[in-house]
Design a protein around this ligand. Structure first.
Ligand SMILES: C[S@@+](CC[C@H](N)C(=O)[O-])C[C@H]1O[C@@H](n2cnc3c(N)ncnc32)[C@H](O)[C@@H]1O
Length: 251
């Protein structure tokens, strides 16, 4: 599958299209805290930090420093402009080459990143190098065999098919890390509030800030949006939640 280029278009829409509310961020921070020691501060690596959606919340919850490492210059520029926090720094790098010393982080996060990493073997080894012995790695991604139940996929099932082609099975992702010396500690399910209403969710979806749109033709995207417009009056406009899986590993 062709690599998604975040420097092309996604960086212009990501912050607005993928914004998380304080409640949603809080839900994720609690999910991480459950697997971490109580002492503070904790040093984090936010690998594939993008526009800095998670890094400031990690710093506020755990003290930091939080090192956001991101290969896309334009995603990183958004983070530097809009996701500033005194305990967060952003630098160029990638999962395959992490510009941090050995055993320098208490915890590392891969949030919706692993499906973009091509050299998974080097990346899992690099993560093992920079996380301290006994430290934690949190991997949040979709799995082809356990895709989240999202309303727009129910209306446009062919978008779901295109999306799941980006992802691998839960077993395959788990063995990427166990094969590099990580121990699987937990497989959690995290339910978080994605939007206050379905209409709000749809407005954000129209920004096409989700990478599946990079794998669809303009016609397939437009046809799907037309079907959603037609279905809207029949859909419940209530708050939208998403349930994702979180893999937790120990170094
Ligand atoms: C869906 S975005 C997630 C960004 C951020 N983690 C978040 O949740 O908002 C995926 C990010 O992974 C980055 N990425 C792609 N390939 C990568 C690699 N090999 N190593 C690290 N990050 C990568 C992309 O540039 C993009 O910013």
């Amino acid at each position: 599958m062709e690599k998604v280029d975040y420097d092309a278009r996604l960086h212009t829409v990501y912050t607005a299209g993928r914004r998380m509310s304080p409640d949603a961020l809080q839900r994720w921070m609690e999910s991480f805290a459950r697997h971490l020691p109580e002492r503070r501060p904790l040093t984090w690596l936010d690998l594939g930090s993008g526009t800095g959606r998670m890094a400031p919340a990690l710093a506020s919850a755990f003290g930091g420093p939080v090192h956001g490492i991101e290969p896309s210059d334009k995603m990183r520029a958004q983070a530097l402009a809009h996701a500033v926090h005194p305990a967060v720094d952003y630098a160029a790098g990638s999962a395959e080459r992490i510009p941090l010393p050995d055993a320098s982080c208490d915890a590392a996060l891969l949030f919706f990143v692993w499906h973009h990493v091509s050299d998974r073997e080097s990346a899992a080894r690099e993560l093992h190098r920079v996380v301290k012995p006994g430290g934690r790695l949190f991997v949040q991604t979709n799995f082809a065999d356990r895709m989240p139940d999202v309303w727009w996929f129910r209306v446009v099932p062919e978008w779901r098919e295109a999306d799941l082609a980006q992802f691998r099975s839960r077993e395959a992702v788990t063995s990427d890390f166990t094969g590099a010396g990580w121990t699987l500690l937990s497989r959690d399910e995290v339910t978080w509030p994605r939007s206050a209403s379905l209409s709000e969710d749809f407005e954000r979806l129209k920004l096409r800030a989700v990478s599946v749109f990079e794998h669809l033709s303009a016609e397939a995207a437009e046809a799907g949006f037309a079907r959603i417009e037609a279905a809207l009056p029949t859909l419940d406009d209530g708050p939208q939640y998403e349930t994702n899986e979180l893999l937790v590993f120990q170094r």
